[in-house]
Every structure is written in C-alpha cells, then in structure tokens.
Design a binder for this molecule. Structure first.
Ligand code: ZN
Length: 203
C-alpha cells in the first residue's frame, strides 16, 4: 500500500498523524505518533470498483475511518484494551508485567534512580515503577522522564542539572549526564539559548 495522505492531529500536546494508504480500491487508515504506529488499530475499507478513485479521498466511507482513528486516540481505546489484558495476567511479580504499548511480556527490569525501570524487548517502550519515596533531586529527574513520556521531549537549563543532580565532585558533569541518559535510554543534545545552555532530552 502507498501513503496517499497524511492528516496532522494534535492531542495532549502530541502531534499525531492520521495516514491514509491505498492500493487501487483498498484503503487503510492508521494513527501514528513520532513516525511509529500510535496503537494496534488499523481501519480498512474496500470501495466498489465503480467509484472514481480521484474522488475517493473525499468520500464519507474514508472520512469515517479517519474519524474512527482520531476517536480511538482521544478515548485511549487501545490503552484501555492493553490495561484490561494486563490485568488478566497472573499476578506473580514478573508475570504481571506487560508492555502497555504492545502487550508483550518480554520485559527487562532494571533499577534506575531508586525505582524500577522496565523496557519492552519487542517494541522498546520504556516505563517506570512507582516510587516508594522521593527527594528534590529525584523530582528533577522524574520531571525529565515524565516530560519525555508525555511530550516526546523535555528541555532543562544545564545549570539546574549541574547544581542539583549532576554535581558529583570526582566525575565530570558530561560523564554524569551521559551515564544517566544511557541508563534511562534517553538521547540528548545541548541547545544554546539567550540565557544559557539547555539540555534537550528525548527517547
Ligand atoms: Zn512493547
């Protein structure tokens, strides 16, 4: 199938894209986020071959699928489905783990910043367990990981990091930053702004 149209669509500060594919009279619609499928759904229709394909994109039959795709993003239909599926899994600690994105149970668990971090081996989705307690520095680190999770990226003044979380005396700021980003599977770059250097994180 070939992409014939991309429709931008914003929800909770994320830029989604509804893509329409076609192969002759067969059409498929799917929601994307950051160039990856936003969920497991796709929506299809095969039009009668008598239809003039130049008109097809305007047809209600296809517009309806686009609306379905948007609605399932907004109503979090897929997330609710996966949550319900995970809830049916056995409750021993390892077995209760399931990826919220793809439902896989192939999960790596590590301890990062005094909380559990999980990584799906199948789709590379990363998420964190609940904290037992927190502190000022941990709050700053959580703002970064939460920000990346919610919006795809998070920017913070390098000075804040230097004075709080990455202020170790025997190890350079750059090394601490690199190690922390690696542990959390984050990428980052420096951005020069008028009031100084910012670090922009993303996954
Ligand atoms: Zn997954």
């Amino acid at each position: 199938m070939e992409i014939i149209k991309k429709i931008p669509f914003e929800f909770e500060n994320n830029d989604y894209q509804i893509r329409i594919y076609s192969n002759a009279w067969d059409f498929e619609v799917k929601a994307f986020l950051n160039d990856k499928p936003a969920n497991g759904y796709s929506y299809r229709v095969s039009l009668p071959t008598a239809i003039d394909l130049r008109m097809a994109l305007e047809l209600d039959a296809i517009q309806m699928l686009v609306e379905d795709a948007k609605r399932d993003v907004v109503e979090k239909t897929w997330e609710r489905y996966v949550d319900a599926y995970i809830a049916t899994l056995k409750k021993t600690p390892q077995e209760s783990l399931g990826c919220r994105k793809c439902g896989s149970r192939n999960i790596l668990s590590t301890r990062v910043d005094e909380r559990d971090m999980y990584e799906c081996s199948d789709c590379l989705n990363v998420w964190y367990g609940k904290r037992e307690w927190t502190s000022g520095p941990l709050t700053i680190l959580d703002d970064i990981t939460d920000g990346v999770e919610k919006s795809g990226a998070y920017e913070i003044h390098a000075e804040i990091l230097l004075n709080t979380v990455f202020n170790g005396r025997n190890i350079s700021f750059d090394t601490q930053l690199k190690n922390w980003a690696n542990q959390n599977k984050l990428k980052y770059k420096q951005i020069q702004k008028q009031d100084g250097v910012y670090i922009k994180f993303k996954r």
